[in-house]
Every structure is written in C-alpha cells, then in structure tokens.
Ligand binder design. Structure first.
Ligand SMILES: [Zn+2]
Ligand SMILES: [Zn+2]
Length: 133
C-alpha cells in the first residue's frame, strides 16, 4: 500500500510505498522531548520506499546521536521521522494521513518513561531496545 503524511503546517508532505513492517512507541527522554509528549510512535519504512512529496527544503534534521537524527519541519516543528546514517528509516505515525495499516507492536525504552504516564495497553514492554536488535 502507499501512505501519505504531512507536518502540522502542511508544507512538508511525504509518501511511503510498500507496507510498513514494524511499529512501536518509544518512551525515551529524547523522543518525549522531540514530540513534547509521553512517547513517540514510529513505523519502519521499507527499503527505498520513502519519498518527500513537497517541502523537502523545509526539512531540518536534528542530530540527536552520532548516527541518528530527527527530521522535522522548520516552519511548524512537527517531528516527521527518525534518520539513521543519513536515511529516513522511521516515520512518526502521528503525521500519517488516515490509517497507516499497522498498529504499534511494543513499548520500548520503558525504563525511562515519564513518571506521570501509565502504560495501559497490553503490548510487550522493553526497558530499552527489544533483544532482537
Ligand atoms: Zn510544517
Ligand atoms: Zn526514543
């Protein structure tokens, strides 16, 4: 399937061709700050499946770790995805238009979750990354 997403102001738009394969909510302090929320929910994009449709000039990548970064719209601040080694590998599910066809499969970095947030779903919880990574 093909899905589309956009930032809050609408200047930046993207599409993903092919099915999203994995999705999860990250409770680490960087994701919380980046989203201004209890957690960030991401889905992995298939190889070569991610494309900016509009507004790529307004996309800024904040380097939050040596190999990773967060792509956001410099006009409205929406966090659009996570970048690994210069490539956008994860989109934020909150910026998707309509149903992305995938549901979150796990809560990760639960050891650093916000003290004011209680996880109430039944998904597996991992203190950091799942063991398979
Ligand atoms: Zn924007
Ligand atoms: Zn995180």
């Amino acid at each position: 399937m093909t899905i589309e997403g956009r930032c809050l102001c609408g200047k930046v738009r993207y599409e993903v061709r092919g099915d999203l394969t994995r999705a999860g909510s990250c409770h680490c302090s960087m994701c919380r700050r980046s989203h201004g929320a209890a957690f960030g929910t991401y889905a992995s994009v298939p190889d070569g499946g991610f494309h900016w449709l509009a507004g790529e000039d307004d996309v800024t990548v904040y380097k939050s770790s040596p190999a990773g970064g967060r792509a956001f719209c410099r006009r409205c601040g929406s966090t659009l995805g996570a970048v690994e080694n210069g490539e956008l590998r994860w989109i934020t599910l909150g910026t998707v238009d309509g149903d992305p066809g995938i549901r979150p499969q796990a809560n990760i970095f639960v050891a650093s979750k916000a003290p004011w947030h209680e996880i109430t779903d039944d998904l597996p919880q991992f203190d950091e990354y799942p063991p398979s990574e």
